[in-house]
Design a protein. Sequence first.
Length: 309
Amino acid sequence: MEYGIHLVQQNVTLAECRELWRWADTAGFTWVDVSDHFYESPITEKRGPYLECLACLAALAADTEHVRVGTCVLAMDYRHPAVLANALAAIDHLSDGRLDAGLGAGWNVQEYSAYGIPFDRIGTRLDRLEEGIQVLRALWEEPEANFSGDHYQLSDALCEPKPLQSRVPIWIGGVGERRTLQLVARYADGWNAPYLNVDEWQRLLGVLDEWCERVDRDPSQIQRDVNLSFHMAADESARARAEAHFAEVFGPAGDAFRQRGAILGTPDEALETLRPYAEAGVNRVNITLRPPWNWDALHAFASEVIGQL
């Protein structure tokens, strides 16, 4: 099982982010991504800064050499997919061909409302996601792209230069059983599942396998990862600090997230949390970092957890 970092770049400086992903590039991780929001998530009274996703992704691509880079979920509604295709193609060049594009339908209604972006019903947002994936593929892989959909149209459209990779991996994030996992089976190279315990992950994996059978897709072609919120303590003496960070992040929702998917306790406890995911066939666990991150805990995770698993 591999390990990645899902970075929530809120209430943090770009210099701190660059220090983190440069360290991760040689610390045993195989993946680093940045998240696509404009407001804190979950939103708080601080109304603090949030560094824009694609700008950070370009810096991440240029600063690293080894890890795959990308996003877990770019909200399709936030950027026209033709504009997104050109930006991601350039970032693939910056990364020397290490880009993965994680996509989703969008969900944060507060951001939509604040920026005047229509927040349509989930079915319509998923329709746009499905069309947007086809637009990206056409622009990346065809000399001139043509597409006629209900939401997007292309007419002899160019995306030059093409990405360095002949096929940029596309991931879809989410756990919707009727539509999201169907889109994963039809279009995706990878499935990102946020904050699931092992039993729920395995249940949804069964749903994905059923969709693969319906659309005649080999399920082994789809990589599978899961995000777990990271609140580990380097040792017993640091437990209270880690628990305080967990409580600050999730507040009243903390009990639910303990049951869903979080790395808590000491490195030995983290190992006990993670072993079942490895045994269940998860390809990669991404630890979700919300500032301020604990460098002692990160070093302990790299040396005592990744090293053993």
